[in-house]
Design a protein around this ligand. Structure first.
Ligand SMILES: *Cc1c(COP(=O)(O)O)cnc(C)c1O
Length: 340
């Protein structure tokens, strides 16, 4: 894929990746003396895991209806984000576009990788400023981060597809909250748009934040680069097994998502009744973004009652982000706030 290769760092194209013992030998054998493992199998963890997580990818392929060749699994989406910088962005030379207020890791990862950030803030409706994005991009612009539904503003971004034709770099669409949204995933668009990378995660709707499993869906040329750059055994055997088990229980996942969405709507209604709430933004995610009279006062009040929410005052004045919990947790939150 020439159009993609032009965007990849030359040292990555020339990289001779580490070849693990499990890359060199892929078949079945009765005696494994190739990887300096401990031969005593007391806990089933004495062997290195599959570096390409093939069985897990087959399951994800089935659920997401996309080819295994289009899937990368990272140690959380945060690993995928970092690898995107390492694949595409030359330190001290290239730049990326970020549309704040949005997820903080894009900026941190850019800074870690010494990559310049071009900020194009969302407009007052928290939508993309398309003209500005297209006018600030230059020959060194490699990545554009689009978070939809967006964290912390909770809305879907419109007009993403318009950029497919007009933005020249890699478009990274972060769909961490897609399971709670009425928006259609862009996963099925990657075959027609080789410069689109879709990120999803099992940390939110699938309830696996502790396992660290992030997914990137992209053109096979980009997936190949991910596989060349990543640490060989980036997903542990324990995490692969736990994830496989969880993914086999789709009905539990679906019921939980439905319940969270119902609870989100219930919580919104409850917040409407509080006089100190200035605005509740419509949410397509598993959290509410609200504007209040004094964010610190609410935050501290709840903290004292043992309830932790996210104070986003430093991102947007007097704004709070509140995750939707279980029915009991949400009722406790509202009951507590009635005493504020
Ligand atoms: C929570 C979140 C992620 C998930 O990150 P993981 O490393 O997969 O846990 C990614 N993007 C956004 C916008 C998020 O809010």
């Amino acid at each position: 894929m020439k159009s993609i290769e032009k965007l990849i760092r030359p040292n990555m194209l020339n990289l001779k990746p580490y070849r693990s013992a499990r890359d060199e030998f892929k078949g079945e054998a009765s005696v494994y003396l190739d990887a300096n493992e401990n031969p005593f199998n007391l806990n089933t963890l004495n062997r290195y895991p599959d570096p390409l997580q093939k069985i897990l990818k087959m399951k994800i392929s089935e659920i997401k209806n996309i080819s295994v060749d289009n899937i990368f699994i990272g140690n959380g989406s945060d690993e995928a984000i970092d690898l995107l910088f390492r694949i595409f962005c030359e330190p001290y030379q290239d730049n990326v576009i970020i549309c704040p207020p949005t997820y903080g890791m894009y900026e941190v990862s850019a800074n870690i990788n010494a990559v310049e950030i071009l900020n194009v803030p969302l407009n007052k409706d928290f939508q993309l400023d398309i003209d500005k994005i297209l006018s600030v991009q230059n020959i060194n612009t490699k990545l554009l981060f689009l978070c939809s539904p967006n964290n912390p503003t909770a809305n879907n971004l419109e007009n993403i597809a318009f950029l497919f034709k007009h933005f020249k770099g890699i478009m990274v669409i972060d769909e961490a909250y897609i399971d709670f949204s009425n928006q259609t995933s862009f996963i099925q668009q990657i075959s027609k748009n080789p410069r689109v990378v879709v990120l999803q995660t099992l940390s939110k709707a699938w309830g696996l934040a502790g396992a660290r499993v992030g997914l990137a869906f992209a053109n096979p040329t980009i997936i190949e680069q991910f596989n060349r750059v990543k640490p060989p055994y980036n997903i542990s055997l324990v995490n692969q097994q736990v994830t496989l088990e969880k993914l086999s229980k789709i009905d539990i996942y679906q019921n939980q998502v439905n319940e969270i969405v119902n609870q989100r709507e219930w919580l919104s209604l409850q917040f409407l009744a509080f006089s100190w709430v200035k605005k509740i933004y419509p949410s397509q995610a598993n959290f509410l973004f609200i504007e209040v009279e004094n964010a610190y006062k609410i935050y501290d009040f709840l903290l004292n009652q043992g309830i932790i929410i996210r104070n986003r005052h430093t991102v947007m004045t007097n704004h709070l982000r509140i995750t939707v919990g279980t029915t009991e947790e949400n009722q406790k939150l509202i009951k507590t706030l009635k005493h504020f």
